[in-house]
Design a protein around this ligand. Structure first.
Ligand SMILES: [Zn+2]
Length: 97
């Protein structure tokens, strides 16, 4: 999928439509790889001891063929960056100049 780099969008700071530059946010590493999150603790507890490990027994299937893109729109007038929506799933994304 191709999208234009320059788009005319609404800027809440300027309170009008201005030119925006599209940028793709790079994916950072997981914040806490050691994982002490609630879900991680729960799955650890389930796997312990005998018996069924519940949800953790299931084999997790491979990666999905598409990823959700994380786009940022930067206002060319005030320089504020906006995130609009949750993005969309697409295999390939090209930002056209
Ligand atoms: Zn603005």
């Amino acid at each position: 999928m191709k999208i234009p780099e320059k788009q005319r969008r609404y800027c809440p700071k300027c309170d009008k439509h201005t030119d925006h530059k599209v940028r793709r946010e790079s994916q950072g590493p997981r914040l806490n790889p050691s994982a002490h999150s609630k879900g991680e603790r729960k799955s650890k507890r389930r796997k312990k001891g005998y018996g069924n490990s519940g949800k953790s027994s299931k084999q997790v299937s491979g990666e999905k063929p598409t990823r959700r893109v994380d786009l940022r729109y930067k206002c060319q007038e005030c320089g504020k960056e906006q995130t609009i929506g949750r993005g969309f799933r697409v295999k390939r994304l090209e930002i056209e100049r």
